[in-house]
Design a protein around this ligand. Structure first.
Ligand SMILES: [Zn+2]
Length: 203
């Protein structure tokens, strides 16, 4: 295996496109008005020989269209690992999913998934926060959202007080509930890390 191929061994794998560049043999130089590349695909990150042709009729309208996509090397904004934003994936984004050309890919797939999960939990957390009289199931879900956001580092660990309060609130109704036990275990794990010792529900 050449040194060139070895370089990609440390790249985060994409579940659909893999880990290494997809060499098409097509290589071009920018030529204003004729051959244009995405403004996020600077020369330093473009991988030579990986170009594919864009379908301008399908691409979201932009001041300057992109005529060719290249596999580009990226560093994930969250985990700092290198990954490839594949030409095929760009084509999929800008021609099939309808994403604007200004959408950029700054995270590797695992971090994108994590980020999407955080977004969903935040949204649900806020919805449940405003429910005036939550049911037992809603309180458990609320506690779950809150715990997840603490575990992901979005919320400060102080928020465990809210989780403990929620679990105490529903304790008598679902002491033997699997969900309740799971949440109480996760809460204990965080409190053990931080040295907090409150009125921890029995597991
Ligand atoms: Zn990442």
């Amino acid at each position: 295996m050449s040194a060139h191929q070895d370089k990609y061994a440390s790249f985060v794998e994409h579940p659909r496109y893999g880990q290494r560049p997809d060499f098409t043999g097509l290589d071009l130089q920018p030529n204003p008005g004729k051959v244009t590349f995405h403004w996020h695909s600077s020369k330093s990150c473009r991988i030579p020989g990986t170009a594919i042709t864009a379908d301008l009729a399908r691409q979201t309208a932009a001041t300057v269209a992109v005529t060719h996509y290249f596999d580009v090397e990226r560093i994930c904004q969250d985990c700092g690992r290198p990954f490839i934003f594949f030409a095929q994936e760009q084509k999929h984004w800008y021609e099939e999913l309808g994403f604007g050309l200004d959408s950029n890919c700054v995270r590797c797939v695992p971090c994108r998934k994590r980020q999407q999960g955080i977004g969903r939990h935040r949204e649900r957390y806020e919805e449940l926060f405003h429910v005036p009289a939550r049911t037992v199931a809603e309180n458990l879900e609320f506690a779950d959202c809150c715990l997840t956001l603490i575990e992901q580092g979005v919320f400060h660990k102080r928020q465990t007080e809210r989780v403990r309060m929620l679990l105490n609130l529903v304790r008598d109704d679902c002491h033997d509930d699997v969900k309740y036990k799971e949440l109480a275990t996760r809460l204990k794990a965080i409190e053990n890390q931080t040295g907090q010792h409150g009125d921890v529900p029995n597991v």
